[in-house]
Structures are given as C-alpha cells and as structure tokens.
Design a protein around this ligand. Sequence first.
Ligand code: SF4
Length: 654
Amino acid sequence: MSGESLFPALEPLLEQVSKPIQYVGGELNSTVKPWEVGGDGTVRWALMYPDAYEVGVPNQGVMILYEVLNERPDALAERTYAVWPDLEALMREHGVPQFTVDAHRAVGDFDLFGLSFSTELGYTNMLTALDLAGIPLHAADRDDSHPVVVAGGHAAFNPEPVADFVDAAIIGDGEEAVLVVTDIVGAWKREGRPGGREELLLRLARTGGVYVPAFYDVTYLPDGRIQRVAPNRPGVPWRVSKHTVMDLDAWPYPKQPLVPLAESVHERMSVEIFRGCTRGCRFCQAGMITRPVRERSITGIGEMVERGLAATGFEEVGLLSLSSADHSEIADVTKGLADRYEGTNTGLSLPSTRVDAFNIDLANELTRNGRRSGLTFAPEGGSERIRKVINKMVSEDDLIRTVAAAYSAGWRQVKLYFMCGLPTETDEDVLQIAELAKRVIETGREVSGRRDIRCTVSIGGFVPKPHTPFQWAAQLGADETDARLDKLREAIRSDKRYGRSIGFRYHDGKPGIVEGLLSRGDRRVGRVIEAVWRDGGRFDGWSEHFSYERWMAAAAAELGAQGVGLAWYTTREREESEVLPWDHLDSGLDKEWLWQDWLDALDETEVEDCRWTPCFDCGVCPQMGTEIEIGPTGKTLLPLTVLGAGRERMTATP
Ligand code: SF4
C-alpha cells in the first residue's frame, strides 16, 4: 500500500553500511504526518538535497520548504538524501527503493519529488535517486503513477542540462512557489486528475512561474548554436519568471530548525538576515539572481534567533546572507545580540568577507565571549586591475588597512579568498596574490609585534555562470588553471621571509571545467550526465568520488556525436547575438544591461552598489514592481518579551 514504511526492509541493511544513523530520521523538529492527512486531495512532497545527509540536512532551502509545506493541513513533506554507494548496492540487491528519512516511505509513492540544486555537481545523484525510486530517468517515459519531478535551487536557473530528467523547474524563492504548486496539484487531484499528467503539467506551466521543459522545442543552427526556444503548447509563456518573496518578516522560517542526530557540516542554527545582493560582483551568480535586496527587520532577526535557540538547543547562531555586514542595521543587530547573549554559552557568527574595518568591528563585537579563530576577507582578484574587471571595489591599501586593524585587534589568523581564471586574467594578475599575502604578513608582524601570525590564501577556479555579466566569457582550461596556480604556489613557497607564514589552498582546475559544462550547457549535455552516471558517476562534489576521466570520456563521445564538444561549451567566448540556453528563464535582469556590464568589465569600469547610490537599471526592481527593501527601521533589538517557549510566538517591543 502507498505510504507504508520501508523500515522493516531497510533496517537489516543498515548494520552493513557506514554511518547508518544518517538514514534513520527522527531528528528534533522533524515531522511525520499520516499519509491521508488531508483526505483525497492530500499533496505529498518528497524533498531532496542531492548530496549526503551530512551536507544536505543543514540546507536552509529544504528546511524552509519542509516546514512551510508541513504547516498546511492538506499537505505533507518528507526528506530524502543521496545514499552512499555502500547502501545503494545493498538497496539494489534487496529491492529497497529510494526512501525518505522521516517515515521511510518510498519516494515513488509521493505526488511530487522536489530537488534543490545548490550546485550542478549533484546531477548524477539525482539520477541515482530516480533510478532507485523506480522513476524512469527520462520525463518522457513517466506516466500518471510517477511523481512530478521538480528542480529548484540556484542551479535551476539553467535547468537545460537536466531538461530530459525533470518534469518541471522553478526559479527563485521557493516558499510561496511550493504553496502555489501544492494548490494546483491538490485541486487537480480533488477533481479526479482530469487529463492526467499532461494536464497537470499544463496547469503548472500556464502560471508562468513553472518551467516545463517538455513544453518547449529547441532548434539549433548548423554551427551548433541555439536558433530558437519556443513553447509548443497553447497558453505556455515564452519566458518563465522567477519567484521573489518581498517581505522576509512574513516568512520567519525555519521556525523549528532541524537538529540532526548524525554529524553534519554545520553544527549551528542559521538565521537569514537578508536576501539578494547589489554589490554587483560580476562573477557572482548568487548576487545577480537573488536581486533585489530584501532585509529582515532587526526585530524579526531577534525573534528568529531567540525562538530558534529555544527550539533547538544549538549553541551557535550564524547570521546568514550573501554579505551579512551589508545589512543596513547590522551594527545594532550584532550589538543587540552580543548584549543579550553575553555571559551565556551562545556563540554568534557573521559569515562576512567584506574587506573593511567595519567588518572587524562587528567580528570583535560578536567574539566578546572570547572565541576568536580567524577572519576571512575576499578580495577575489589578486591585482587592482582584475578587481576592476570583476567589480570588486577593494584597493590594495584598503586590504592592508583592514588586516592591520584585524591583527592589532588581536586576531592572529587571516584567510583571504581569491579566484583564478577570471576573464582577461594573466599570470601577472595571479602572481600579485603572492605579493599581497607577503604585505599582509609584513603588516601583521609590524602592527602586532609578533611573528606567529598567519595568512591563508584560498583559491577557487572561476566558473562563468548563467545570468551574470560573465555568462559570455571564455572559461580558462583546466591545464592552464593548474599551470597558473603552480606558478603562484612556487612564488609563495620560495619566499624566505614570509613564505612559511602563508598557507596555500586550492583545488585543481578539473572539477571547474565539469561544473562549467553543466552550468552553461544546453539540453545536449543531458546525454553526458546520463553516460557518466551509467558508468558509475556519483557524488561528483566529493574529490574522492569525482572522476575527471569519466566526464571527459563521456563528453567526447556524447557531445562529439551531436557536433559540439567540451571546449565549445566551456572555453569558447559567446557573442552578443547568441541565444543562450537559459534566455527563456527570466531572472529579472535585462540581457542588454548584462551585456553592457560585460563590456564595462572588459574596459575595467566599475559600477557602484545600488543599495547606496541611484539605480543603474539592471531591470530587476521595475520588473518586480518594487524597490530594494532596506532599513533603517529605527527599531532596536532589545528588549524582547518571551511569551512562551518553543512553538509559541514571541513579540518584540520597539
Ligand atoms: S533595478 Fe536598480 S535598484 Fe533594483 S537591483 Fe537593479 S540596479 Fe539596483
């Protein structure tokens, strides 16, 4: 019978696998609802973060949707994660399908299977889950008995590489969108499922906010570029819009954050203090696609921290956003929280990488309780020139002043983030990173009078992403990236005065090329993903599982047969007139503005942050019929009246 627990079949397998606790569920604040909770029209979601439990369980997006859906009397949501290869083999041997961790129900029994992709490297794990669930890999082969497979998350802003495998994709904020989809699915079920799966997908597509790849035909030019993407059903829009929640205070989720039983990557609670970013870093997809800026109010933040701590017992709270120090009332937020939790075991963290003294003031405030590990700054580019190209408005003097303030305030360790392979970059730009790091150590020794200070340089390979001004850029090849980084490592290591105080961390360029293929790929790339998966590809975000050779072999065979190739997708610069695979997914940004910003990048021209300066017409706000939503509200965090513990609501007095 549908909805039955698979645990009796699963339990004997668990003693044969590593970390069995990750498959048992039962976390504090998890929810199990009766299968028929809402009668005939019950809408059931299986939600997946397509990575291992320890990575997936702290994911805020899934946690929010899980709670929002379970609050509805006519819906239920359960979670599922990627199973490790040891359990996968046993499940296949014993015929146990992909299951949820909450009630151990078969994923194939649900109405909807929603996947949240933070990164494209989770695509092969999706195929494992579909296959284990008994859901045909290809959307075209599914019938009314199968769940509707829906992709979301940042990677879904270009869902074309997985177009064959998903029934639908939703771009933007999920909390309102899942409720709209739930309404539509519930109504269709109550009406007796008229027109079957096709009719349901049509109803979803016609909202204009759900992309159904099967309802769009893609045609190609003889040279391999896309000629046109056109809807093939009446009433299906040419472009699909992203979802934007404008009032974060109206969505104070998660109210009841999950507390995992097994180890996870973040042993803390997170409160999202704003969404969106207007700094305009040209490499940053998250910043571009989440515009406009929407702040949670200072009182809303205070309530979420207090309520979340009471609901979880966590001892650390992270104030999350893309650039947390940019919240217009962050000084009052941090001071208010530091005052309130002074003398308690509660630690506060502000994951901010802003390069200025203000950031250090905030960090000093939040570490009053004495915990001081290291400070992280993200200049991103090694030379002043390349920082203009990427619109990261940080001068070398800014950086030196900032680290001087950090070392004089007693910090001993500073971490610097950079990227390699940025557009127009030369060896010289990257070698500047070594010079910068040496100046950092020199300054640190000078201002602190100590020799035990450290600086760690951490470098990631740049991957051009859709919906950014760099979406047209040529990616640097894996070998070229590695050669450039080798030179940098040598420049740091060979320095006798400072080299030993500088740590150097980088990943080789190979995973970046695969990510580049999946990020800017079109529907033809789906065959590569499937071939890699059939050849055993799993957990591509994990270096011990990732196989570059497997991806290269599949890309050569599958893309070559379609008249394109890996380099065509990755290291090729695009022209303005080219139809990009994601052009019909509307992130709100004007393509003309993005192109102008790309030209500005090539000219080394910077643009300001529109949060503090007049609008520069990226297109998002007029399209949403809104403006950026920032304070100051004039309110303070304290005092806060706690009306009840746990689930009850608390109010803040201004
Ligand atoms: S439309 Fe203007 S104010 Fe809004 S995010 Fe774009 S540049 Fe900023």
